[in-house]
Design a binder for this molecule. Sequence first.
Ligand code: EPZ
Length: 420
Amino acid sequence: MDYLQIQGPTKLSGTVTISGAKNAALPLITLTLLAHNKLTVSNMPEVVDIKTLLKLLGNLGASYTLEDHILTMDTSSVNDTMANYDIVKTMRASILVLGPLLARFGHCEVSLPGGCAIGQRPIDLHLKAMEQMGATITIHAGYVHAVAPEGLKGAHIIFDKITVTGTANVVMAAALAHGKSVLVNCAKEPEVVQLCEILRDSGIDITGIGTSELTIIGTGGKTIDMVDFEIIPDRIEAGTYLCAGAITGSTITLDKVRHDHLDAVTAKLEQMGCTIDITESTMTIHPSEKLKHVHIITQEYPAFPTDMQAQFLALATLASGTSIIEERLFENRFMHVSELQRLGADIMLNGHTATVIGETPLFGADVMATDLRASSALVLAAMAAEGTTNVHRIYHLDRGYEDLEGKLRLLGAKIERLKE
Ligand code: EPZ
C-alpha cells in the first residue's frame, strides 16, 4: 500500500488548479442512464470513486471513454440492471444507479451499500420515496430489489431528513415518471443544483432549482436527449487548499474555483483572521498573523459543510484559544481526532462535539487515514508539524482528491508518495 511522507513545517506559494467536483460527477454519471444519446462531459475529476462508478456502468453494458478529464458516455447499450456487491461495497454512492435504473427499466437489483467509517449511512429515505412513486421494494440477500412494471408515477414526497444523494436519486427517478412530482425538504448543495440544471437543459420541466422544493413533470418513461456539459469545480477540494494556506501561514491562489459555493467556509476562515481575495474564477488566501479560535457547526448547504469539518479541526489545533467543532450530520466523523492527537493535538471529544485547545505545537509521527476527508486533514496537519509525518492508508485520499501530492508539491510542499 502507498503512504505519503511529509516534511514540516513548510511554506507554500503559487497557484493550484481545482478539479471538477467528485460529488457532482457521481450523480451526473448515473444520470446518463436516462439518456438515449451519446454525450460528452468535460472537467471530469480523475479520482478512484469516478473510475469505480464508470466500471459499474460498464458492467451494466454502457460504453465510455475517459481521457484527460473528458468523458464520453453511451448508455444506449445498457442491458443489465444488477449493481453487484463487489463494486457497491467499495463505494456507497453506487446507490445513485437505483433511481435511473428503476425509472428506465422498471426494475433493478442494487446491493445494499454497507455503512462506512463515518456512520451507518442508511438509504431508507431513498427507498421510501421510490415506494411512494409506485415501486415495490424488497430487501433480499443484501440486495434492494425494486420493481415498477408500469413505470414510476409522480408523487408528493417530503424527505424526513435532508439527504444529498437521496434528493439526487429521487430527482432522476421523477424525471422519467408518469406525471408531476413535488419534492419537499430537498438538499440544495451545488452538486444537486447542477444535476437539476442539466435535466432542465435536457428538456425536463423542473422548477424550484436551488430551493428545498422541486417540482418535476416526468416524461412518462421516455428517455432524454442529454446535453453535453462541464462539471462544476470541487468546493471541498477548494476548501481543503484554502486550509492548506491557512495552516502553513502561506498566501496561495486557487484557480478554476466557484467562490460562491464556499461562502460558509470563507466566513469561518475570515473569522479566524485570514483574508480572502476573490475574482470571477480565483480565490487568494492571505493567512492570519495569529489564527483565532473558531466555533464550527456542520449543517446542510448553504451552512458549514460536514466535508470540511476534519480540515478545520486540524486548523484549530494551531489557533489561539479554544475552538469548538460540532458534527451534526454524521454519528462517527471524528476518527481523525485520535490521529491528530498522535501529532500532539490537544482535543477533547464529547459525543458530537470536539473541544480543541489551540496553540499546541505539532510534531511529525506515523498516522493512519480513516476516511476521505480525515486523510486530507492529516496531510494539512503534517505540513504544519515539526519533522516527518507518514500518512498511511491513503487509498482513502485517492477516492476524492486528484493528485493531491502533485498539486501540493507544485505549491512547494515537501511531500512524496512511497510504498509500504
Ligand atoms: C453526500 O453523502 C456526500 N457524498 C458526502 O460526501 C457528504 O458528507 C454528505 O452528502 C453530506 O453533505 C456524495 O455526494 C457522494 P446524506 P450522502 O444522504 O448523500 C441521513 C465525501 O467526503 N440519511 O446527505 O450519503 C444520513 O445518515 C462524502 O465526499 C438517512 O437517515 O449523505 C446522514 O445523517 C462523505 N437516510 C444525513 O442523512 C437516508 O436515506 C445526511 O446524509 C439518507 C440519509
